[in-house]
Design a protein around this ligand. Structure first.
Ligand code: KIV
Ligand code: ZN
Length: 515
């Protein structure tokens, strides 16, 4: 319930910009669009869709998002140079509601070593470029980069100059995650004292990195001291140790509304789905003990805890898992469940598939229920996710056999199908996965360099569905792939084919004559 005294905190999501800067998290324009649509369902206020100066693909992605996503403000990041601002104009030309975000470093270390500029030059550049941006955008956000390490008097001066030049939001970044909560909260209070329009006529934002694991704590301290916008990413992904995690901030504000006296408009029920989609598309696996969205966040192992929970949930759970879109139930279906029950269960989980996706998902469910006694909600979500983010299956998996003996190299025989034609190959390798990948290379004629491989189980038990996430460089593109199966080698093959098919979809690759 919203109390009139509670302050609205604007959620500025930068998953598609700072989040994508996370090593290995690069996304295609279509993947970015899919995430942006989910962020709209999550009801974030602002989506920072990218950094147009980074590449032509980035401009394309921002334009696609601008055309399709209407409720949140769409924002593009720009350095303080007119040509970057012009690119942001181009990228945002279709947006219904748009924001330009300009940044310039202000701390002594950045001024002296990175920019080689004096304070007076920084001030001049900031004012000039904010004014230039204001010619084309009503909504301009200004970030003095590395604000947390900037001399306070100079920071206050730059901030006021930015406001006078027309900035409608001032963002205070802790770029290197150096601050402590008490100090960062105090910095926010200091800035408001110096520029009383902040947090009122001019939005006061914070942008915290997680190098000391304090990004969320610093953001909450800033809110308590008057900030009214928070910049964050789903799953906390971002440069180095990441950004403040959206779900932790939203749930912190919601769970401790007694203390925070604030609210966000985040649709909390969409948190779990958002987290999974982003993990799936970026290939960045969420650590099991991650607050709110980790696999273990609502798992209770100790007997004492389980007993308490059964008597009264709140004894050991401060958040009802249903609140963030997790279903309360566990075992849902088995081999004898029909199509109707399957569809109903998906609907209950908030998953909508079109008729063709439903057919394929149901087929996959039947296969899985032959291999596994009980199908859990998480299994269903994994199956549905495979359908939702499906890309054209240029290469389809047909068959796999592994022969291995202690002390010798394992051998894999693989069969793949492409446009009705089946091709087989065999190879040995350093391990069964390597052998499979080498056999696939023989079939497709395409070399891939694996940069990341991670395996985890979707549910518990020895017949659990295994999920493999990979990253590979294929034809010069770094792509992620994900595959699920009760057989982890098969899941590895599926993940590899998923990545390969993505490259085909992205560059329209024609077949190289298979062996
Ligand atoms: O961390 C940072 O300072 C940034 C700015 C561009 C806001 O990402
Ligand atoms: Zn950042």
């Amino acid at each position: 319930m919203k109390s009139s005294a509670r302050r609205k905190i604007y959620v500025f999501d930068t998953t598609l910009r700072d989040g994508e800067q996370c090593p290995g998290a690069s996304l295609t324009p279509d993947e970015k669009l899919e995430i942006a649509k989910q962020l709209e369902r999550l009801n974030v206020d602002i989506i920072e869709a990218g950094f147009p100066a980074a590449s032509a693909g980035e401009v394309e992605a921002i334009q696609k998002i601008s055309k399709a996503v209407k409720t949140p403000v769409i924002c593009a990041l720009s350095r303080m140079v007119p040509k970057d601002i012009d690119l942001a104009r181009e990228a945002l030309k279709f947006a219904k509601k748009k924001r330009l975000h300009v940044f310039l470093a202000t701390s002594k270390i950045h001024r002296e070593y990175k920019l080689r500029k004096r304070k007076s030059e920084i001030l001049k550049l900031a004012v000039q470029n904010i004014k230039y941006g204001k010619k084309f955008f009503d909504d301009v956000e200004f970030s003095p980069e590395d604000a947390a390490r900037t001399e306070r008097a100079f920071l206050a001066e730059v901030v006021q100059a930015g406001i006078d030049a027309g900035a409608t939001t001032v963002n205070v970044p802790d770029t290197v995650g150096y601050s402590m909560p008490i100090e960062f909260g105090d910095l926010i209070a200091f800035l408001i004292k110096k520029s009383p329009a902040l947090g009122k006529k001019v939005n006061l934002s914070v942008h915290c990195h997680n190098d000391l694991g304090l990004a969320v704590a610093n953001s909450l301290a800033a809110i308590q001291n008057g900030a009214n916008q928070v910049e964050c990413t789903v799953n906390g992904i971002g440069e180095r140790a990441g950004n403040a995690s959206l779900e932790e901030i939203a749930m912190g504000i919601d769970t401790r509304r007694d203390l925070m006296n604030a609210y966000t408009n985040i649709n909390l029920k969409e948190i779990t789905k958002s987290s999974r989609l982003i993990s799936h598309l970026t290939g960045l696996v969420v650590q099991p003990n991650k607050a709110i969205v980790g696999r273990n966040a609502f798992a209770h192992e100790s007997g004492i805890h389980q007993d308490g929970l059964l008597k009264m949930r709140q004894t050991y759970e401060i958040i009802d898992p249903k609140r963030i879109g997790l279903s309360g139930s566990e075992i849902v279906m088995g081999k004898h469940s029909g199509r109707h029950a399957f569809r109903e269960r998906l609907q209950k989980l908030g998953i909508k598939l079109d008729a063709a996706q439903l057919d394929q998902a149901f087929e996959r469910f039947k296969e899985l229920s032959d291999q596994k006694k009980y199908i859990f909600d998480k299994d269903l979500e994994a199956i549905a996710e495979d359908q939702i983010s499906q890309i054209p299956e240029t290469w389809q998996f047909e068959f796999l056999k592994i022969a291995s003996e202690t002390g010798s190299r394992p051998e894999a025989a693989i069969r793949l199908k492409r446009e009705g034609k089946v091709t087989s190959a065999a190879s040995d390798g350093d391990g069964p996965v390597d052998a499979c990948y080498r056999a696939i290379e023989k079939i497709t004629g395409i070399k891939a360099r694996l940069t990341h491989y991670a395996i985890q189980s979707v549910t518990s038990g020895k017949d659990a569905l295994g999920e493999v996430n990979i990253k590979a460089v294929i034809e010069g593109h770094e792509v992620s792939g994900r595959g699920t199966s009760t057989d982890v080698i098969e899941a590895s093959v599926k993940a590899y084919l998923f990545a390969l098919n993505k490259v085909y979809a992205r560059i329209g690759k024609k077949p190289i004559s298979p062996i």
